[in-house]
Design a protein around this ligand. Structure first.
Ligand code: ZN
Ligand code: ZN
Length: 825
């Protein structure tokens, strides 16, 4: 029938069948092992391109493979639908963010369907739906009650271009993560989630997430940034009422302290002023420092600026008076906002000491050929009083004990992690359900009034703060306590709040009794395999882990962690850069699909390399994938008639020798492909093995005269190829399967099993003669070479006994049967 491979027609046909039958819809089923595979949901920014396709193709391979393996597979899709680009589109083009978002969702949904990704579309969610965000408003209120959500004035990262607050995690090198504008500082009232309350648990669990990539775990640990050290007081000379509390991770280096530093914004600074005119100079210095971002202040390659105060402090360990500075490289938000400076063992202190002509004392013996500046390694303590001779690690402990015994200080653990600022002065986000009453103060909205719905009719100009703040009907509220007139919070939540629990909502997307149906969550959670880009190694993954723990403590879920295993797929690279709209190197998904079909696009991206590595776009690679599918198509239709009448369960020992190798290769391929997908996610080598099997199959089928006896094996081989290819190229595989007269859809066929017995090499018994007389027998695999047989024969102890140390003249080999060793003389 079909002479030509016509991917578009086939793909449309199967997509309609999947859609009509709701082929991938699932429900809880205690009789099957569950498998929850999830790709990070997309932001509906417009179009999916081939740089995006990879993650969905990877997820789909696993979903389809696990279904064939007998699992009850949850594979959902939805939309991270709130966020800035929608609002920017509104500002630039006058389109309402809701309209822009929903149009993009419609287009992208259609693209994903045309890619043949096997989602349970009944579970689709969009986070901008009030039926979605109402639940996070409720959780917000619960968090508020428990002190896990709180409001405070703080100095925030402000993107002047996006006109919004950015979390520390959203500032990269002093620039906005989204628009790359330079980030400024602003004091502003805002809402925070107390992620620091979970710092220890988040850190502890890092070591239990054994199916996460090592580098993601390392990034999370560094972000949490737990450090152990000591906190103690430096008395201020001549001011018995004042002490400077410092934090250090290196209490072993206290004898190298040659000065101390306060953050310029430290509240103690103003009390320390004694010299006339000093206050004015301090103010001038502070103003300079405030122009820099935190990132710039602590950057290692910048000159360290400081201002020496007239006040001096005392090092309690040796009683020496030292200078006290304010300097830009010390931040109020870390530790106590004050440090002891040990230039010998800290590079930033070293740089500062050099600039300001301060003493540098080495307190750790340098390695023999040391030629650097500050030395941060371990070693034997020197110039350190009672710590001399100890290792740095021992001295650290001893110094802390010394402080504690004298009541001068304590052991202290610090974190780099800050609470999560979730307030955004933007329109297109979930409203924060809080009301301010002049009489009663701040309080949560009544639960029965949830959701607090985002109003549709707003003016979005991009200027001067939140559009909601100037929407009178939204802002005006009734006080839940006194019933008087009150003002509604106009900040919206960071969109990372929505992405912190969407995976839970998928478990019961239509449940209206709460955020998640407890039974559904118990059944499906945690996500067995999560897949997404490395750019989310910190932000999204840490927030989602935190939020899950909060929900657990609120009694909403039972799991401690949301994602059991994580796969961070590499980027799709073209012309030396990540494929992205802003780089202008995008290959359109639509163009590839219309020219070659979705299966070809999928096959190329899955075949081009292992998923965790970057993938280089290659037009030839796409052509190659298309050619392979075309060859498979032609082969199937060329032999179809002969094969459908053949049995497909050949008996191994009835096979002629010509087909025994092919039979063995079929089983070996099943074994390899199964392991490559399940254990290693090495889809590329799995596909390569299937292609090899196809080559062998084509070669075996060339000799028409043998086709009669070989038909059962050829049929088995072809059907195995089709089944093994199904997770990668589901449309063409389904069509070929049907063309071989199968009445049930390939979607319901089980993954093939290999037989251990069939894997084994065929054995040959070789008779060994010496000068024509039988002297021994050796057993060898059928695939060994003549040279290997010869050396095995010579090494055989029985045969060796007849060689008498004489020289072998020549050897005669009758393939598969006999080796005659002819001796000299
Ligand atoms: Zn920005
Ligand atoms: Zn009130």
């Amino acid at each position: 029938m079909q002479e030509r491979y016509q991917p578009l027609a086939i793909e449309e046909k199967w997509q309609r069948i999947w859609e009509d039958n709701k082929a991938f819809r699932v429900a809880e089923d205690g009789g099957k092992p569950k498998y929850y595979v999830l790709e990070m949901f997309p932001y509906p920014s417009g179009r999916i391109h081939m740089g995006h396709v990879r993650v969905y193709a990877i997820g789909d391979v696993l979903a389809r493979f696990k279904r064939m393996r007998g699992c009850n597979v949850l594979h959902p899709m939805g939309w991270d639908a709130f966020g800035l680009p929608a609002e920017n589109a509104a500002i630039e083009r006058g389109i309402h963010p809701a309209k822009w978002t929903m149009e993009n969702i419609a287009y992208m949904r259609d693209q994903l369907k045309k890619m043949g990704i096997s989602y349970d579309w009944d579970r689709e969610i969009a986070t901008c739906d009030p039926e979605y965000y109402r639940w996070e408003q409720l959780v917000f209120i619960r968090m508020l009650e428990r002190g896990l959500a709180y409001r405070k004035r703080s100095s925030v990262n402000w993107c002047p271009s996006c006109q919004t607050v950015l979390a520390n995690e959203q500032v990269e090198g002093g620039r906005c993560w989204r628009c790359e504008s330079e980030v400024a500082k602003r004091d502003i009232d805002g809402w925070f989630f107390k992620i620091t309350a979970y710092a220890d648990e988040l850190l502890d669990w890092c070591d239990r997430l054994t199916d996460w990539p090592e580098r993601v775990i390392t990034m999370q640990k560094n972000w949490i940034g737990r450090s152990e050290g000591a906190e103690f007081d430096l008395p201020v000379v001549g001011r018995p009422d004042l002490k400077v509390r410092v934090y250090t991770t290196r209490p072993d280096t206290v004898f190298g302290m040659t000065y101390a530093v306060l953050a310029p914004e430290h509240p103690l600074v103003d009390q320390l002023v004694t010299a006339p005119g000093e206050q004015a100079e301090i103010e001038r210095f502070r103003a300079e420092v405030l122009k820099q971002s935190e990132q710039e202040r602590v950057a290692e390659d910048r000159p360290k600026r400081g201002f020496k105060l007239s006040a001096r402090v005392v090092n309690p360990f040796n009683g020496k008076e030292i200078a006290l500075f304010i300097a830009d490289y010390v931040l109020m938000i870390y530790g106590t906002g004050a440090i002891m400076a040990v230039p010998g063992e800290d590079q930033r202190d070293w740089d500062f000491a050099k600039t300001h002509g301060l003493d540098i004392i080495e307190t750790v013996r340098r390695p023999a050929n040391w030629s650097g500046e500050a030395y941060t390694g371990d070693g034997i303590k020197i110039n350190s009083g009672f710590l001399d001779g100890l290792t740095a690690t021992e001295a650290k402990r001893r110094a802390i004990d010394w402080l504690v015994e004298r009541g001068l200080g304590e052991e202290k653990i610090n974190y780099r992690l800050r609470d999560w600022g979730i307030s955004r002065q933007r329109y297109w986000g979930a409203p924060i359900p809080v009301i301010y009453c002049n009489a009663c103060g701040m309080m949560p909205e009544k639960e029965e009034n949830l959701p607090v719905v985002l109003p549709h009719d707003v003016q979005i100009s991009g200027k001067g703060g939140s559009p909601l703040a100037s929407h009178p009907a939204f802002v005006s509220a009734v006080c839940p306590r006194c019933g008087g007139r009150a003002r509604r919070e106009s900040d919206t939540m960071d969109t990372f709040v929505e992405s912190s629990w969407y995976f839970l909502r998928y478990c019961s997307p239509h449940y209206n009794g709460g955020m998640v149906d407890p039974d559904a969550a118990d059944y499906w959670m945690p996500v067995d395999q999560y897949i997404g880009g490395i750019e989310h190694a910190v932000l999204h993954l840490l927030y989602a882990r935190f939020y899950t723990k909060v929900l657990r403590d609120l009694g909403l879920v039972k799991v401690d962690e949301p994602f059991k295993a994580l796969l961070s797929q590499g980027m799709v690279v073209k012309d030396g850069a990540k494929m992205s709209k802003s780089k202008g190197n995008v290959v359109s998904d639509d163009v590839i699909r219309e020219k070659y079909g979705a299966d070809t696009g999928r096959l190329f991206e899955l075949f081009a390399g292992p998923p965790e590595k970057d993938l280089e776009w290659s037009d030839q690679g796409v052509e190659g994938a298309y050619r392979f599918l075309t060859r498979l198509w032609r082969f199937t239709f060329q032999h179809r008639e002969g094969l459908v009448s053949a049995r497909s369960d050949p008996l191994q020992n009835e096979l002629s020798i010509d087909f025994r190798d092919l039979y063995r290769l079929i089983h070996r391929t099943i074994k390899k492909v199964t392991g490559d997908i399940e254990e290693r996610f090495h889809f590329n080598t799995a596909i390569a093995a299937i292609m090899e099997l196809f080559n062998a199959l084509s070669a075996s089928a060339q000799d028409e005269s043998k086709l009669d006896t070989g038909a059962p094996v050829i049929r088995l081989g072809l059907e195995t190829i089709i089944i093994l290819l199904y997770p990668f190229v589901p449309h063409v595989a389904s069509e070929l399967w049907e063309s071989l007269d199968h009445k049930t859809s390939l979607d319901t066929v089980a993954w093939p099993k290999y037989s251990e017995e069939a894997l084994e090499d065929e054995k040959l018994l070789i008779v060994v003669q010496v000068n024509g007389k039988v002297r021994g027998k050796i057993t060898v695999s059928a695939d060994v070479t003549q040279e290997q047989i010869e050396s095995l024969a010579l090494a055989d102890p029985k045969v060796a006994g007849f060689l008498d140390g004489k020289k072998v003249q020549r050897m005669v080999y009758v393939p598969g049967r006999l080796l005659n060793i002819v001796m000299e003389g």
